[in-house]
Design a protein around this ligand. Structure first.
Ligand SMILES: Nc1ncnc2c1ncn2[C@@H]1O[C@H](COP(=O)(O)OP(=O)(O)O)[C@@H](O)[C@H]1O
Ligand SMILES: [Mg+2]
Length: 303
């Protein structure tokens, strides 16, 4: 592997609760190379979000990082001051979350959000900031960007809001995007488009992505490598091809069994998909080949 961009070593994050100490992240170690997409998978409560929040030192009380190192370009983020961390967040490492409505301020326009990031991290103001913001909206595939620039979050669809969040996150050209379940709240067709967008932007912007998901279909489509978390620990780490071809840990095998299939997709959402299989095709034609002879169901239609 090339010199890692991010190297997490023996990370331990705990919560002090009334019932005692909960170790949410238990000696977690992984590396992320420049431009690599690393998936972090695991069931709900396995420690994925706390791991990603720990990288940015955003774990809130009663949570606390109690051990390990987070080496960013060789420097330990756990030794930085809060002011240094503020400069790194957004500028070097950006993050997007599952539900963009909770990250967007309802009183701010789309343009306000991007311009705030540009002012904070790049010192851009006025006309220059406006032009850069509109360009950022175009980059994430928002049509009629100058008009959308003045929209408020509630005037946008879920998919559009997530595009805006990505535009805000990428407006400062970070080297790493942390995406925590970025498409979980979206319906399958919008999900596929957002994932295609992330793949395109990874190449165009030459950034790495730490992608948190519980969906192995998404892992198959996007990731280069994957780590599997279970009860705060990494139980398996492998390339995407290897994990589908020969999962080693029993828990990983269970995860692979729970890949969402066409049948389990919500019926109401399927009804909106413009996809009509011919008699020659069948329900398997949306499968993604992830390893020789091994296919997984990703989603029902392309973007
Ligand atoms: N605010 C909190 N207070 C107490 N425990 C928490 C808190 N947030 C997370 N945890 C603990 O950390 C574990 C991992 O949470 P999280 O990283 O959010 O899981 P995931 O993102 O994989 O669904 C939870 O199972 C819980 O035990
Ligand atoms: Mg989570």
């Amino acid at each position: 592997m090339a010199e890692p961009l991010l190297s997490v070593r023996d990370l331990q994050t705990q919560f002090n609760t009334d019932d005692g100490v909960v170790t949410a992240v238990d000696h977690v170690s992984f590396d992320l190379a420049p431009r690599e997409i690393l998936g972090v998978v695991g069931e709900s409560g396995s420690g994925k979000s706390v791991t990603s929040l720990s990288v940015l030192r955003l774990v809130a009380n009663p949570g606390k990082i109690v051990g390990g190192q987070i080496l960013w370009k060789g420097e330990d983020l756990l030794k930085k001051t809060e002011a240094q961390m503020r400069a790194i967040r957004g500028d070097d490492i950006a993050m997007i979350f599952q539900e963009p409505m909770t990250s967007l301020n309802p009183l701010y326009t789309v343009g306000n959000h991007i311009e705030e990031a540009l002012a904070l991290h790049q010192g851009l103001h006025g006309q220059a900031a406006r032009e850069r913001a509109i360009q950022a909206l175009e980059e994430v595939g928002i049509r009629e960007a100058p008009a959308r620039y003045s929209s408020y979050p509630h005037q946008l669809s879920g998919g559009m809001r997530q595009r805006v969040m990505i535009a805000v996150a990428l407006s400062c050209n970070p080297d790493l995007l942390i995406a925590d379940e970025p498409t979980t709240a979206l319906d399958v067709t919008v999900q596929a488009r957002i994932l295609d967008l992330m793949l395109r932007l990874r190449t165009e912007k030459e950034m790495a992505i730490l992608l948190i998901t519980h969906n192995m279909g998404i892992v198959a489509k996007l990731c280069d490598r994957v780590v599997v978390m279970h009860r705060g620990k990494i139980v398996e780490a492998a390339t995407v091809n290897d994990i589908f071809a020969q999962p080693r840990h029993p828990y990983t095998r269970d995860l692979l069994k729970s890949i969402p299939t066409l049948d389990s997709a919500p019926k109401t959402r399927l009804a909106t998909v413009q996809w009509h299989p011919t008699p020659q095709q069948d329900a398997h034609s949306n499968l993604v080949e992830v390893a020789p002879g091994h296919r997984v169901s990703a989603w029902v239609a392309g973007g």
